[in-house]
Write a protein that binds this ligand. Structure first.
Ligand code: AMP
Length: 219
């Protein structure tokens, strides 16, 4: 299974990617998570990426494509992968097509998750994450059992810098103008699967599994 998850910020890509990772035993490859780690470690990549991320803009393609190329070459990604946040524009999609072709791999399915903007703003402004283990909480729908503390590793929870309302709007605009057009690219290749992101998390996973198995069977 080589899966791409498309969907606006807050659509639940990361949550579904983690579930698929467990079910299929293939890694979730998230450039957003990789960049946040680089920012926290103050690496040259992190320092370069931070200014774009803080504004809700895309980090330049050259940086992202190289980073994802290296990640896709790692051993654990050879049996399959879940791309969560890449590609994000037509140039990245072309670069991905090229790198997969060169390594003799093909995309199994591209899942587009749709959620209305009002719901996204609510979800992201109430989202809290653990900077240590990556666990994600929602203050209303999925609060940590002890306020402000990660239930999995005990680290203090934080709000991502880019989960503030004005930045959420910007990230949504970037999604609509640059990423959404990719659904046509993949629909034309017969790879697109649509998923209703307003459903409860577990129902979404069940539907996703059914649709992915169907795609894998007919591929
Ligand atoms: P995410 O965690 O996927 O919401 O990504 C957080 C931020 O990381 C984005 O707003 C971008 O600044 C940057 N980013 C993540 N993935 C990409 C990508 N494929 N291309 C460019 N920038 C990205």
């Amino acid at each position: 299974m080589n899966i791409i998850l498309l969907g606006p910020p807050g659509s639940g890509k990361g949550t579904q990617a983690k579930r698929l990772e467990e079910k299929f035993k293939i890694p979730q490859l998230s450039p957003g998570d990789m960049l946040r780690k680089a920012v926290a470690m103050k690496t040259p990549l992190g320092l370069k990426a931070k200014s774009y991320m803080d504004k809700g803009e895309l980090v330049p393609d050259q940086i992202i494509v190289q980073m994802m190329k290296e990640r896709l070459e790692e051993k654990d990604a050879q049996e399959g992968f879940i791309l969560d946040g890449f590609p994000r524009n037509p140039q990245q999609a072309q670069a991905l097509d090229k790198m997969l072709k060169e390594s003799g791999r093909e995309i199994t399915a591209v899942v587009e998750i749709a959620v209305p903007l009002t719901e996204i703003v609510e979800r992201l402004s109430l989202r809290r994450t653990c900077a240590n283990c990556g666990a994600v909480y929602h203050l209303k729908n999925n609060p940590p059992s002890s306020a402000g503390v990660c239930g999995q590793c005990g680290t203090s929870l934080v709000q991502r810098d880019d989960d503030r309302e004005e930045i959420i709007q910007k990230r949504h605009e970037v999604y609509e103008s640059q990423t959404k057009p990719l659904s046509r690219h993949y629909a034309q290749k017969g790879l697109l699967v649509r998923l209703n992101g307003a459903l409860p998390i577990s129902t979404m996973t069940q539907e996703l599994m059914v649709k992915l198995r169907e795609k894998a069977r007919t591929a």
